[in-house]
Design a protein around this ligand. Structure first.
Ligand SMILES: Nc1ncnc2c1ncn2[C@@H]1O[C@H](COP(=O)(O)OP(=O)(O)OP(=O)(O)O)[C@@H](O)[C@H]1O
Length: 583
């Protein structure tokens, strides 16, 4: 299901912020009160100066206005603080929701799209870019509103006092802006470019760390490091050049805009001298004009952040609107768990020269053992992955009973199938939690029972903290064979009626292999088993052996039948026997 792309990135952000709009509104309201409060000291000072000039009042008059100014400052600080606390709460909730949506989206996307994108790119958007929205989202709404509203109030006040001087107090702003027009115009494109170089850097570092074993093993560190170093250098160079091109206009803008006195003083003096601007008004204008530009500059600074936010939200939208595996949400009624592939063809990429599978027909009856055999790259894993629903078929259909796989929600399919890959990913958590992933509701006793059944209880108890030992990133603290057995325990706990097993070619020391074989036979007892077999001798007893060659089913039958009927199978069997005998 391809989701509609939001036509405006900000409307996507608004959708995520909607549940917290009460909080955002409260923060804006408090910020506005804060601004009003922040103007009080200016008015108090102006009133005092005017009083001073008129020789008005005694000490109590000045103490009163000092107290009013202090109350204004205090009110401004408290209200601004309260406002940002609320806006931060709402922002973090919004960012949490965005991240949750992104991660849940990844689970609905076809594996192909995920595999074709370096994981560093997703991490860049989900972690770093989304985090980058925080300052803008939390500060922009209250502070930008306040920063615009404050000067407007001051301007109105000045305008009422003397409209000419109100306009004079703003002259530096358009003059300064002339320098910034180009910088602001190019900002969105420049920022989008910076996101791209950032993504490249992220991908390079994730790849470097992910492949560190190969890099060390093949002494490739210099070359791989070079790729990372280039990405870092590109990133630095990009920002350097960008900043260099902005430096002068920035400096001019920030020097000119706040210099309101350069216009207010001479022009005000001219009006004062010709008698059209009385001294008290002149002084009030001088004082108030000092407070008019600062907040406007803050608001202008936010326009950069808005452009940057647009780019980030665009990236989020690109992921959220990516095509999904077409699956309904309502459970399908499956009365007969027979799996049938009907004329299935599949290509990993639209422009692939050769399809990975072509016209595959295959029926897997409940409670039987089916072995997929064939040369490397023939399409065995592809068949298994399509049945597990990782990809959608390009042509033909896969049925479970009389229900098309596309009509089965991914969650339901996943509860029907346990997929035990060759090298199963373990999460950086305890052994116990890794096994419990098979069934979140399982008790500790059930987890341990599954481990016993999978033949890994003894080795787990031998670990430093037993079941509470952490397995390291991707299970790196365990051996390949141990990881395989933990994955089998996980699948046992899940107790799905269909098991797909990518038979491990590695970890074949006899003791480990026998242990794994025993665990597998306990795992699959009474279930439908589809095994991708790399060693033919392990599957000679299967109910059916499917010989896959160049993406097609070349032959199908029992071991003896295939020996009699298929030249390729005979050759593979001879080669296998030869290796075994020679071993
Ligand atoms: N993620 C992928 N993207 C693109 N092509 C792929 C992908 N995975 C596999 N292929 C290609 O699809 C074809 C079938 O691969 P598959 O992994 O199904 O073969 P296999 O029979 O399981 O091989 P092996 O026994 O070596 O594991 C191969 O040509 C392979 O290069």
């Amino acid at each position: 299901m391809e989701k509609e792309k939001e036509n405006n990135p900000i409307s996507l952000l608004r959708r995520f912020a909607r549940p917290y709009k009460g909080k955002f509104a409260a923060s804006v309201f408090l910020a506005v009160l804060g601004v009003a409060s922040g103007l009080v000291p200016y008015l108090a000072v102006a009133r005092m100066v005017v009083g001073l000039l008129a020789g008005e009042g005694g000490i109590s008059f000045y103490l009163f206005w000092c107290a009013v100014a202090a109350a204004g400052y205090l009110g401004k600080a408290l209200l601004a603080n309260w406002s940002t606390t609320i806006s931060h709460t709402a922002t973090f909730m919004t960012l949490r929701d965005i991240r949750k949506s992104l991660v849940s989206k990844l689970s609905r996307m076809p594996m192909g799209a995920l595999l074709d994108t370096p994981s560093g790119r997703y991490k860049d958007v989900i972690v770093d870019r989304v985090e980058g929205l925080e300052p803008t989202l939390a500060h922009m709404l209250p502070e930008m509103t306040a920063s615009i509203l404050g000067p407007i109030l001051l301007f109105v006040f000045l305008f009422v006092l003397d409209w000419r001087m109100a306009l004079v107090s703003l002259i530096t702003l358009p003059v300064g802006m002339i320098f910034m027009v180009h910088v602001m115009k190019t900002y969105p494109a420049q920022y989008a470019g910076s996101v791209e170089v950032g993504k490249r850097m992220n991908s390079a570092v994730v790849e470097y760390i992910g492949g560190i074993e190969v890099i060390k093993g093949f002494n490739q560190s210099a070359r791989s490091y070079q790729k990372y170093a280039d990405a870092v250098n590109d990133n630095a160079a990009y920002f350097y050049n960008w900043m260099k091109s902005c430096q002068l206009p920035h400096a001019a803008f920030f020097a000119i805009c706040p210099a309101t006195l350069t216009t207010v003083l001479p022009i005000g003096f001219f009006f004062y001298a010709n008698g059209s601007l009385p001294a008290p008004e002149f002084i009030t204008v001088i004082i108030l004009s000092l407070g008019i530009i600062g907040p406007i500059l803050t608001a202008i600074n936010f326009t950069d952040s808005i452009a940057a936010m647009g780019t980030v939200v665009q990236q989020v939208d690109d992921i959220l609107s990516a095509p999904e595996l077409g699956r309904p949400t309502k459970d399908a009624k499956i009365s007969d768990p027979t799996i049938a592939l009907k004329n299935v063809s599949f290509s990993y990429h639209e422009n692939s020269a050769e399809p990975a599978l072509c016209g595959v027909d295959l029926t897997i009856r409940p409670g039987t053992v089916t072995a997929l055999v064939g040369p490397s790259g023939s399409g065995k894993s592809t068949i298994a992955r399509l049945i597990a629903g990782f990809w959608d078929v390009t042509e033909g259909e896969i049925m479970i009973g009389d229900v098309n796989l596309m009509e089965i929600p991914q969650r339901q399919l996943s509860s029907l199938i346990s997929y035990v890959a060759q090298d199963n990913y373990l999460f950086d958590d305890t052994v116990r939690e890794n096994i419990r992933m098979g069934r979140r509701s399982a008790s500790d006793a059930e987890v341990e029972a599954a481990a016993k059944n999978a033949g890994c209880d003894a080795f787990i108890r031998g670990l430093e903290h037993g079941y509470d030992t952490r397995v390291g990133g991707a299970g790196s603290h365990l051996s390949g064979g141990e990881r395989q057995r933990v994955a089998i325990a996980r699948a046992m706990l899940k107790d799905a009626p269909i098991v797909i097993l990518d038979e491990a070619t590695a970890y074949t020391d006899p003791e480990n292999e026998a242990e794994i074989q025993r665990s597998v036979s306990r795992l699959v007892a009474g279930k439908t088993l589809l095994v991708i077999a790399h060693r033919l001798s392990t599957v000679t007893d299967s109910d059916q052996i499917v010989l896959v060659n160049k993406g097609r089913v070349e032959a199908n039958g029992k071991h003896e039948e295939l020996l009699a009927a298929s030249e390729l199978y005979r050759t593979m069997w001879q080669a296998h026997i030869g290796v075994r005998d020679g071993a």
